[in-house]
Ligand binder design. Structure first.
Ligand SMILES: Nc1ncnc2c1ncn2[C@@H]1O[C@H](COP(=O)(O)OP(=O)(O)OP(=O)(O)O)[C@@H](O)[C@H]1O
Ligand SMILES: [Mg+2]
Length: 218
């Protein structure tokens, strides 16, 4: 199974500004793909299209053989929740929930909080946060908060993880820690990773790199 983009384009605004042009690519299960390119080249936009958070202006995105544009909103939400995890530059943890509750957020809507709790705790232990499970996000460092966000992205055992500059707010030591966990997810949990980064050292850890220049694959 795979994610396929076929001649995807994106324009925004009125008059329309072109952001992406004729993107075709296939991401197979188990891949670790880095999307690179300069600021404004369209990396985040492409990531959101590939993950169905945004819709293309032209072309099609197919996930597991299904055209995202044809899926109903409710179906798409459930599908995304079951198969995809997300990691962002700024963590987006909920301030009033403790660490383990944050990790279990994706399990709430499908009513799987109790079922997933042991797995959430085991991820946090593996990520070096065993003694911090009941802290609030503000009582953690940035690197720790991002590790919580990675555990949250993995808790539903998604097939795909989409990461937009996951090391962008971190110093190099914490950035390396985060990359280790992303590699762990790819190699040990067999999660397909699609990661936007402009840090070459981190992009090199991916098995495949795609560079965007002015909204096109270079
Ligand atoms: N909602 C929007 N309205 C107008 N223009 C937008 C919008 N979103 C993105 N753009 C423009 O589209 C282009 C690509 O944006 P995008 O965020 O995908 O770039 P990026 O490669 O992720 O950049 P960065 O490395 O700075 O995050 C940029 O020129 C940006 O200004
Ligand atoms: Mg971006």
């Amino acid at each position: 199974m795979s994610i396929i983009a076929k001649h995807v384009g994106k324009t925004i605004g009125e008059p329309p500004t072109r952001i992406l042009t004729d993107i075709s690519l296939e991401i197979r299960d188990g891949e670790f793909l880095a999307l690179t390119g300069r600021s404004g080249s369209g990396k985040s936009t492409l990531l959101y299209l590939l993950s169905s958070l945004d819709t293309p202006s032209e072309g099609d995105i197919e996930i597991e053989g299904r055209k995202v544009s044809r899926m109903e909103t409710e179906t798409l939400h459930r599908f995304r929740n079951e198969t995809m995890g997300f990691i962002f530059q700024f963590y987006y943890l909920l301030a009033d929930l403790n660490v383990v509750e944050n990790v279990l957020m994706p399990a709430r809507k499908p009513g799987k909080e109790n079922e997933k709790r042991p797995y959430a705790e085991s991820l946090l232990e593996r990520f070096g946060l065993a003694d911090k499970m009941h802290r609030l996000p503000r009582q953690l460092s940035g690197g720790e908060q991002q590790r919580v966000a990675i555990a949250r992205a993995l808790v539903m055992e998604p097939k795909y993880v989409f990461a937009d500059e996951p090391t962008g707010s971190l110093d190099s030591v914490n950035g390396e820690n985060v990359m280790n966990l992303i590699q762990y997810a790819n190699e040990k949990l067999k999660t397909t990773i699609i990661m936007v980064t402009h840090e070459q050292d981190f992009a090199r850890l991916a098995k495949r790199q795609i560079q965007l220049v002015d909204g096109k694959i270079f």
